[in-house]
Design a binder for this molecule. Structure first.
Ligand SMILES: [Zn+2]
Length: 281
């Protein structure tokens, strides 16, 4: 009996609450209707770490044209071969995974060239014209999907023309662009002029330094290229997790290109976000 009274009291209170909230609801709806579009846009941009990279169309417009980009890449690759020892060890694997990323990227028609550098640092980088490098230490610690995630990320830098954008900002840009336009071979006075201008700019390694925004963009382009390359995008997450562990224990083994990147935990979160989003579509 006591329960019954309590129950009906609860019901009464609940019904009363329903009315009150019903009344409030209509005014609440009116308020939110007024600013709903701006509020949802704002929150979508806030939640989506890659909002500014979606629907971007990539091209060489306003930068070196593709033919000169390829010539520049050949020149810079010569510089890399002088500085580092290239090896065939693991090259077939890097080539197979890398070409799959390239074909699945937003710039599939460029002739990409993959290279392995003998080095104890875990590192990967790319240069204009589609030259992409992985160190022996990197290919040793990463399984196929993890290595694929790094290569897809590097292809992403090439897709977004990040090095060309860096070059454009350099003081030597006009000299370099003019030399490239006239350059027909790797020898001769024009090649020498180009070499001097590139040296002044800081050389190939200058063009491998990227901003955090560019790294985020390459992560975005990379993870999105992975399914089309028959790579499980989860590999990007386990790669970051491995890097996080190494960062804690042997940070000296991490090449500058990884240690300069955005915070690994943030990259893991962003990648998780994108994988969930890809699954929804
Ligand atoms: Zn990068």
């Amino acid at each position: 009996m006591k329960n019954l009274i309590i129950n009906s009291l609860v019901t009464l209170v609940a019904v009363a609450l329903l009315f009150i909230s019903g009344g409030q609801k209509s005014s609440a709806i009116r308020v939110s209707l007024n600013d709903t579009s701006s509020a949802t846009n704002r929150s979508a941009q806030y939640d989506d770490p890659y909002a500014q990279f979606r629907n971007v169309r990539y091209s060489n417009a306003g930068l070196l044209n593709e033919r000169d980009e390829i010539k520049l890449g050949a020149q810079l690759h010569r510089e890399v071969t002088k500085k580092f020892n290239l090896t065939d060890v693991g090259l077939a694997r890097v080539e197979r995974l890398g070409q799959a990323c390239a074909r699945s990227s937003l710039r599939p028609n460029l002739a990409y060239k993959f290279h392995v550098i003998q080095n104890r640092e875990i590192n990967g980088f790319s240069l204009p014209g589609g030259h992409i490098y992985a160190t022996t230490a990197l290919i040793k610690m990463a399984n196929d999907t993890e290595l694929g995630s790094v290569l897809c990320h590097e292809v992403g830098h090439v897709v977004a023309r990040h090095s060309l954008k860096t070059l454009k900002k350099s003081r030597e840009y006009d000299d370099i662009a003019n030399s490239l336009g006239e350059l027909t071979g790797v020898a001769g006075s024009i090649a020498r002029d180009l070499g001097v201008a590139l040296g002044k700019m800081g050389g190939a390694l200058m063009l491998t330094v990227h901003t955090r925004e560019e790294e985020r963009e390459a992560d975005f382009l990379g993870v999105r290229a992975m399914p089309g390359a028959s790579l499980d995008p989860q590999g990007m997450i386990t790669m970051f997790q491995k890097l996080l562990k190494i960062e804690e224990q042997h940070s000296d083994l991490l090449g500058s290109l990884f240690s300069d990147h955005p915070d690994a935990q943030e990259r893991i979160d962003n990648t998780r976000y994108e994988i969930a989003r890809m699954k929804r579509r």
